[in-house]
Write a protein that binds this ligand. Structure first.
Ligand SMILES: Cc1cc2nc3c(=O)[nH]c(=O)nc-3n(C[C@H](O)[C@H](O)[C@H](O)COP(=O)(O)O)c2cc1C
Length: 307
């Protein structure tokens, strides 16, 4: 395992991270699949793919599409369910030494609560990340993430059962991010993370059909970075809880930009599709950036944007 670079070590709502670069949900499976290729213990942390109450088979193929500057996906949150995850994957993850976060989703508030309840009975997790970019089927399909009252409802309910820190992952598909960030904070969220993917569409002009099996998908990767940075900056200015920034991060300097915009830590998603070691490389590059800029520690970058 690589030695810890003290300039990179940081903490996120009381969770110690070797470095501020975390593998994002959905881009790194359950983590353990990469054990042979990646020194998982050297990661700042990893977020496992979204977990639901029951297993979900996911959407029809094609599920992924490479675009000019990123990717569109509609995997449909395929997963083995929280119970099987706890039984089959978590014991190996718990031995890693990296902070492991469970990404949690559902279609009703009780779904989120139930997943967290199941996971609370098991050791090995540092915290939860609630993916609120899901339609609430009990409220006519309105996204939890687009309505401050629904965001508040799910966060408060989860906080009542969670012993571990709860991070709320916000959607960028809103006209103003501040009300959602504030709703998460005032309902007890320990941190927020943003952004999830941007709802997108790709069409094959010959068949006139969407290029993604499910129709619409989520855009991620370098194409979204400037918009994600703006949203992270606005959210960080609105709340006092830590913000985790993501969206198109592919280099150490990208990560530095998110920290400067106000993020305490960052996540890396799409970049892991072309290089499973990207999170480690980005952390090393961030270390190099700090040395070149003569910044003693990563926390000294956070929120230093000169706007
Ligand atoms: C194939 C794929 C699957 C994803 N699955 C999840 C998921 O299960 N839960 C979640 O909160 N976000 C999920 N995301 C969103 C990413 O975690 C991330 O928020 C988004 O892709 C933006 O970051 P990036 O540009 O670095 O990929 C997924 C993204 C991709 C590309």
């Amino acid at each position: 395992m690589n030695p810890i670079d003290p300039a990179l070590a940081t903490s996120l709502c009381g969770i110690r991270l070797r470095n501020p670069v975390i593998a994002a949900a959905g881009a790194f499976g359950y983590g353990v699949e990469f054990e042979k290729q990646v020194d998982l213990g050297a990661l700042g942390g990893l977020v496992v793919k979204g977990l639901s109450r029951e297993p979900i088979a996911g959407n029809p193929a094609p599920r992924l599409l490479e675009t000019e500057a990123g990717m569109i996906n509609s995997v449909g949150l395929q997963n083995i369910g929280a119970r099987a995850f706890a039984r089959e994957k978590l014991p190996a993850l718990a031995r890693l030494g990296a902070a492991v976060f469970a990404n949690v989703f559902g279609y009703a508030t009780e779904d989120y609560v139930e997943v967290v309840r199941i996971l609370e009975d098991h050791e090995g997790l540092a915290g939860y990340e609630l993916n609120v970019s899901c339609p609430n089927t009990q409220h006519g399909g309105i996204y939890f993430s687009s309505d401050p009252a629904l965001t508040s409802e799910v966060v408060s309910a989860v906080k009542r059962v969670a012993r571990r820190p709860v991070m709320v992952k916000l959607s960028p598909n809103v006209s103003a991010i501040e009300p959602l960030a504030l709703a998460a904070e005032s309902s007890g969220a320990d941190a927020i993370s943003l952004v999830n993917t941007f709802i997108a569409l790709a069409i094959d002009p010959h068949t006139r059909r969407p290029r993604i099996g499910a129709g619409f998908g989520g855009l991620s990767g370098p194409a979204i970075k400037p918009i994600a940075l703006r949203l992270v900056c606005q959210a960080a200015r609105a709340v006092k809880i830590p913000v985790v920034g993501l969206g198109g991060i592919a280099t150490g300097e990208d990560a530095a930009e998110f920290l400067i915009a106000g993020a305490t830590a960052v996540e890396v998603g799409t970049a892991l599709f072309w290089d499973p070691r990207a999170a480690l490389r980005i952390a090393a590059e961030l270390g190099g950036f700090l040395r070149r800029e003569k910044v003693a520690s990563v926390s000294q970058l956070v929120g230093t944007i000169q706007l």
